[in-house]
Design a protein around this ligand. Structure first.
Ligand SMILES: Nc1ncnc2c1ncn2[C@@H]1O[C@H](COP(=O)(O)OP(=O)(O)OP(=O)(O)O)[C@@H](O)[C@H]1O
Length: 547
């Protein structure tokens, strides 16, 4: 039986004790279950406490001095309860005049209690009428939650002060100086503006700090974010300032962020300024990479002087990417499809370890992870098997296919063409395997399509000292050396870091994740986790891939 709970003085109320005793007597006559229930109830702390209170009140009620006081207190509690239930509490709004002029504009009086929370509304002067109007209501803010103030409402008075002819900042100081409740006299806007939330999600392609933005209408209302953050755009009503929340954050109040149009304008403006100042001339990578453009080595982001095993075609140079104005990309959740795996694409600076990680992933489960066999126009060497090391084709055929856009990357080395065909990727995907690629970063342009839906991981070098230490310890072979017979030089380590910065600047926002390749086994473990996540979880991807 459950522990018996006694009344506060250690005994049961006499009436309850009597009931318990009679229950015991009735044991043989009653159903065991009902009996147990009644026993528990009678011995419960709650019932005993209630009976105790009842007895005490009954006792006090016999006392003529206390009884009236007690009944008055109980009555007040009941009145308060009724008043709250009927919402009949202070302050009383002025009664509506009995005779209302039919032509007079309807006016609404809104009272809000001032708290630490911002009002969540901005005001502006109407350009045509010069009147003060509500410019925007922040979704989920105090004004929005009140449901009483709407965009377009005209403000006539604030705390009985007429605001006619005043500027928004005058009104703001009235608001700031007021305490307790704030009373607005408003003329409601005609148009019932729809304040329903939009469902749009975007991935931010830039960092934003409202506190450092001189143009934001209200810094406190701003929402700061970082490149890669997923934002829920709740309103795009204003062409310059959208309202957004960070995806996954609990806060209900939306914040202001620059609209796509505004941000594009800013970027263009910044670029023109830089170009006039001469510090970002077209074709130069002065601000990000100091390596001087030399003999063409497209495999190096700067087209630097190093020779490479395969020199991928970069006829379209980085200027193409500079033309892109990275602001926001609309995204949606892409659900994994059974048996259809997204290709995993590793991009990064030359020598950073893409091939090493790719090799390890394929070696882990060669039936599942596969790398496409590249095409070449060079003759087959003894020991090679067609379709194993390379797919051998004629120069004419390969040139025609390149021209037809069939290659995701290609290049020429020692007079022969090399390249990876988009079809090779597709056939791996269609065979139900995970295609793993480590292409030149510029291949992203042809890889990042709705058809292939790649999951892109940026492999990044650690800081210089760690990079040098880890590669020296592992006796890593320099990929800048044709024969792979020597280690990396200090200059090559430095170049790797600069090249990575440039890749990050140009392509970082296209990447789904990044891995710093310091300790190789840790980096590989992360890659395996990402690969598993990619095939089991819905992930954010360009919205156009999801339709
Ligand atoms: N974390 C690491 N620690 C030590 N050595 C590493 C690490 N990652 C890669 N390496 C070594 O660095 C060398 C270059 O790596 P890898 O060939 O994978 O580079 P890559 O990014 O494919 O470069 P490239 O595009 O120039 O071919 C290899 O010898 C590899 O084993």
């Amino acid at each position: 039986m459950a522990a018996v709970t006694m009344a506060s003085d250690g005994s049961y109320d006499p009436v309850i004790s009597k009931l318990i005793t009679s229950l015991k007597e009735a044991e043989s006559l009653t159903d065991e279950k009902d009996l147990g229930f009644l026993q528990n109830l009678l011995q419960s702390k709650e019932l005993n406490a209630l009976v105790n209170v009842h007895s005490k009140v009954a006792k006090i009620n016999k006392d003529d001095r206390i009884a009236p006081l007690l009944s008055a207190s109980v009555q007040s509690i009941l009145f308060a309860h009724d008043a709250i239930a009927q919402k009949d509490f202070y302050p009383h709004l002025p009664d509506i005049p009995v005779e209302v002029d039919e032509d007079e504009e309807t006016i609404k009086i809104v009272q809000l209690v001032k708290s630490n929370e911002p009002l969540g509304a901005t005001i502006k002067t109407d350009e045509e009428t010069g009147k003060i109007i509500i410019a925007r209501i922040m979704h989920g803010g105090a004004a929005d939650r009140s449901g009483l103030i709407h965009v377009g409402d005209e403000v006539i008075e604030v705390n009985n002060i007429n605001v006619e002819g005043k500027t928004p900042s005058d009104v703001l100081s009235i608001l700031q100086n007021s305490e307790g409740t704030i009373t607005f006299k408003l003329v409601p806007s005609d148009g019932k503006l729809d304040q329903r939330e939009s469902k749009v999600r975007v991935k931010a392609y830039f960092d934003y700090e409202p506190e450092n933005d001189p143009y934001i209408p209200c810094k406190e209302a701003g929402l700061g974010f970082q490149r890669g953050d997923i934002l829920h755009i709740v309103s795009q009503d204003d062409s310059y300032w959208w309202q957004a929340r960070k995806e996954g954050e609990k806060t209900t109040r939306a914040g202001l962020i620059p609209s796509r149009a505004l941000q594009e304008r800013r970027i263009l403006h910044e670029r023109t300024q830089k170009e006039t100042n001469g510090d970002a001339k077209k074709g130069s990578c002065a601000s990000i990479c100091s390596t001087p453009p030399g003999s063409p080595n497209p495999n190096h982001p700067c087209g630097g002087p190093k020779t490479k095993k395969i020199m991928y075609d970069t006829a379209e140079n980085d200027d193409f990417d500079r033309e892109m104005i990275a602001t926001y990309e609309e995204v949606a959740k892409l659900y994994p499809r059974p048996g259809m795996f997204r290709p995993i694409v590793l991009i990064g600076a030359p020598g950073v370890g893409r091939n090493e990680l790719k090799r390890r992933l394929v070696a882990r489960d060669p039936e599942k992870y596969k790398s496409p066999v590249p095409y070449t126009t060079r003759p087959m060497r003894p020991g090679e098997v067609a379709g194993r090391e390379y797919l051998f084709v004629t120069r004419e055929k390969m040139e025609a296919d390149i021209a037809a856009g069939k290659f995701i990357e290609h290049g020429e080395y020692k007079g022969h063409l090399y390249g990876t065909a988009a079809d090779s990727v597709k056939s791996i995907v269609n065979a139900g395997c995970v295609c793993v690629l480590g292409p030149h970063y510029q291949a992203l342009k042809s890889l990042r399509t709705a058809q292939l839906k790649p999951y892109i991981v940026h492999i990044r070098p650690p800081a210089y000292e760690e990079l040098k230490k880890s590669r020296t310890k592992a006796r890593a072979r320099s990929t800048f050396d044709e024969n792979n017979s020597r280690g990396f030089t200090d200059e090559e380590f430095a170049e790797m870091i600069k090249s990575d910065e440039r890749i990050n600047f140009l392509y970082g926002h296209f990447c789904d994740d990044e891995i710093v390749n310091d300790d190789l086994s840790e980096a590989f473990e992360k890659l395996v986790n990402f690969a598993n996540k990619c095939e089991s979880e819905p992930l954010w991807a360009p919205a156009s891939w999801v339709q």
